[in-house]
Ligand binder design. Structure first.
Ligand code: NAD
Length: 245
């Protein structure tokens, strides 16, 4: 029996990178997965790939910054699968800009997706989990929720916000059997990292390589499953040693 047998997991940013790797691992552990992403083409193709493996998978195109669309995701998930046990709150964006050239609209957009969107998804998740007496939420922050870096002020501020949002929600719902933790990846080889940056980011990492999406998925499985049953409000840094420097 898998670690997530018969659990229903909503995964945002589920069409690509860390979200997709986590969906693959979750279905191999017996979960039913709902993939949420803006990228319809990739999302639908991935849904088909998982269904071909006889997995219960559904793709919904939705924008996590829309209150209405987020509510719709959870409504449809409950209609189809009956409940929500796990939410991997992972969709995000990141661009590099010198701060003195950063347009306010760009700042707002980054914080809107990377912090406001995480709140909207967590809020809806908690509403459903309260109905069934518990659940687990894993928010994707970043090692840049813990340390700074030049050129990513909006992203880093939002990810720092996710780390403390995680603690706050964990405390608020600890007695309701809802655990809330965060994953803080280092540099991971996904489409969010520009090809031309990969060499420099590998060199800046003590382990001298980028992390792989499936290495993140294993950490998410730990946080989402009973393997971490006494953990809440935690941020698990998985970064090849970067923040130990
Ligand atoms: N790759 C890294 O080095 C790294 C490091 C630290 C944190 N992260 C975080 O990991 C998470 C996943 O990123 P990834 O590396 O897998 O990148 P990715 O680009 O492969 O995946 C992100 C997915 O999120 C989706 N998305 C973006 N905005 C959305 C929105 N508003 N609504 C719905 N879907 C949306 C994208 O379409 C994409 O499929 C992000 O939150 C990112 O900030 C990544």
């Amino acid at each position: 029996m898998g670690k997530l047998q018969d659990k229903v997991a909503v995964i945002t940013g589920g069409a690509s990178g860390i979200g997709a790797a986590t969906a693959r691992l979750f279905v191999s552990e017996g979960a039913k997965v709902v993939l949420v992403d803006l990228n319809e083409e990739k999302g639908q193709a991935f849904e088909q790939e998982l269904k071909a493996l006889k997995a219960d998978a559904l793709f919904f195109k939705a924008n996590i910054t829309s209150e209405q669309e987020v509510a719709e995701i959870f409504k449809k998930t409950v209609e189809v699968f009956g409940k929500v046990d796990i939410v991997f709150n992972n969709a995000g964006i990141g661009r590099v800009h010198p701060s003195h050239e950063l347009e306010y609209a760009e700042w707002r957009n980054t914080v809107n997706v990377d912090l406001d969107g995480v709140f909207l998804v967590a809020r809806e998740a908690i509403r459903e989990m309260l109905k069934i007496g518990g659940g687990t939420i894993v928010n994707t922050a970043s090692m840049y929720g813990w340390v700074g870096s030049p050129g990513s002020a909006a992203y880093n501020a939002a990810k720092g916000g996710v780390v403390n949002l995680t603690r706050s929600l964990a405390l608020e719902y600890a007695e309701k059997n809802i655990r809330v933790n965060a994953l803080c990846p280092g540099f991971i080889d996904t489409p969010i990292i520009p090809e031309e940056s990969k060499q420099a980011l590998s060199s800046a990492t003590p382990m001298k390589r980028l992390g792989q999406a499936d290495e993140m998925a294993k950490a998410v499985l730990f946080l989402a499953s009973d393997d971490s049953s006494y953990m809440t409000g935690n941020s698990l840094i998985v970064d090849g040693g970067y923040t130990a420097q």
